[in-house]
Design a binder for this molecule. Sequence first.
Ligand code: ADP
Ligand code: MG
Length: 728
Amino acid sequence: MAIIRFTALTETLNRKPVNVEMPADKISQIYATNVFGKTAMKQYLSSEAYESVIGAMEKGIQIDRKMADQVASAMRAWAAEKGATHYTHWFQPLTGATAEKHDAFFEPLDESRAIEKFGGSQLVQQEPDASSFPNGGIRNTFEARGYTAWDPTSPAFVIGKTLCIPTIFISYTGEALDYKTPLVKALHAVDKAAVEVCQYFDKNVTKVNATLGWEQEYFLVDSALFNARPDLLMAGRTVFGHIPAKGQQLEDHYFGSIPDRVAAFMRDFEIEALKLGIPIKTRHNEVAPNQYECAPVFEEANLAVDHNQLLMDVMEKTAIKHNFRILFHEKPFAGVNGSGKHNNWSLGTNTGKNLLSPGKTPKTNLQFLTFFINTIKAVHDHADLLRASIASASNDHRLGANEAPPAIMSIFIGSQLTAVLDELVAKVKKGKMTPDEKTALKLNIGKIPEILLDNTDRNRTSPFAFTGNKFEFRAVGSSANCASAMIVLNTIVANQLILFKKEVDALIAKGVDKDEAILQILKRYIIDSKKILFEGNGYSEEWVKEAARRGLKNIKTTPDALDVYVDKKTLQLFEELKVMSHREQEARYEIYLEMYTKKIQIESRVIGDIAMNSIIPTALTYQNKLIQSVAGLKEIAGASFKTLSAPHMEIITEISERVATIKKNVDLMIEERKKANKIEDAKNKAVAYCEKVKPYFDVIRYNVDKLELLVDDEMWPLPKYRELLYIK
Ligand code: ADP
Ligand code: MG
């Protein structure tokens, strides 16, 4: 058995970096060359067709059939020049991965003739079988068809020999079965609501884009070692493995130098990313050994989400070329830092202004405060929903662990902005304020940019932190599709901005001056949202107690976190803002529960299999060696036999005890699994997996990891943590 491990180690140690041909050109010359973006469109489309795509991109105007034909044929011509022979609609089903179904650019005319073909109808719509994707019961067999429909706001691109067209994915009956559909709707809602509020400050604002800059963390493991770990292969994380003697305690990995093999991999995927128009910019080591991060420049949120999904795919493929496997799992190694995907979020206007960045005048700063405080209020009122948006079986392993953001939602804003809000509460008076009071207030608001300039306040333990000109949602999991968090965040902010506008308008109608009306409402929001603001250490035990005292929830598991998705208040919220219908939301809830159950079920099987097929047999073989050794000692040792064989006997006994415990708990776990599998209701089934099956993981692991320390290293079947994490 151990042969697998040692072969893998030998292979790993002999690796050389794969040679990456650096393009001779500058980055600016390769950037977006594989994207059918504005430049390519200008070149390949008639001006009429170009305008119609731009109209669709910027104003959501429908593209008519004739134009679609033109766009399709231009797209094909462009893609063919890049060597593409096939096309696919590229979409994001709720599996969390991306999906594609490739078709060739041709149509047979008869047995001997074919023509190159790609028309408007192929561009605009395709019909993959929806029954093969999670659909939460939205379909019965005769409605199994689903549609993919072109999303012109995200440009088509070529990967390898395939033209990929970003699309939404909906059921035959029109319900969203993907991440993109509700995301686009949520972004539309926040655009509309924010534009309305902007009118108080600047009439030139006609469009507000949510912006997203994600930071993707990941681990790399040599592919040979990866292949020798059935748990990594099946579940994406190690279910066993004792932490190595050297973990993170020396803190020597973060921002350390990047090993050559890893650097070659990074260069390779970055080149591919840049060609795809993904503005990848930052790379560095992360805190844990073999952990890294990359981040692009932020973009409009829909595009940023597509780019993240696309890049994860590119990274996975590139890693394999470099004899690595990439781990996007939130917690691949116990006792070692997990991975997240920080979502930096803000709102940007068509006038080039970041609404979460203070300006130079009291007026622009009042605008800043408006969006800043409304976001806080939205998060305060819908903290549970935000928590649900990041819930997954894999993120459960990370949230609340002592180096990850806690499952308690709170916001960090820094001491200076806290002071600004306190002052606002103290100084804004109900009823009419004197001119002096107003001037004093304006003067203070005017000072905000200076405050933020030297604001070096950073809190790495907050799940939702303000970082100078944007909020950073840090609890998003590294394997997640950011759309899930972005749908919720943009929807709750849209909703909040609508409420705000209503309240301010009501005061203005009563004759209150506009600025005063805004300040009065903001003051109330600050008071109402106070409990969500937290500046201390989010990883501490005291915070857990303090949060409970404040009435903030600490929802630890996915099945519980998801409940709020089908709460009456939520269903209404999504429906009112036209983001999702009740049916869509309920289907999604079922899908998420099913995903959870399946993930835990797979982990549980992997644990059982490895424990029974690899660990116990290895431990017993080693024990047998010891028993033989004891028998040998008995023959030669005479009077000193007892003393000499004592250590052997201790190990023999410990192995027997641990093996018995493992066996007993695997059996009990399988029993619980059988019971859980009989449950029909998705929620109850997920709860059974969470509360009845999952608790066995720890006790089995504890005993297996103890055996790892005890059994002859030469016999141990699984690559160990020190091998997975330290061999470059
Ligand atoms: P840090 O000090 O955390 O590295 P950066 O300014 O480099 O801060 O930003 C980190 C991330 O935030 C990057 O991915 C960046 O693109 C993103 N970001 C910056 N400004 C915005 C914005 N206005 N909207 C969304 N994301 C942004
Ligand atoms: Mg960050």
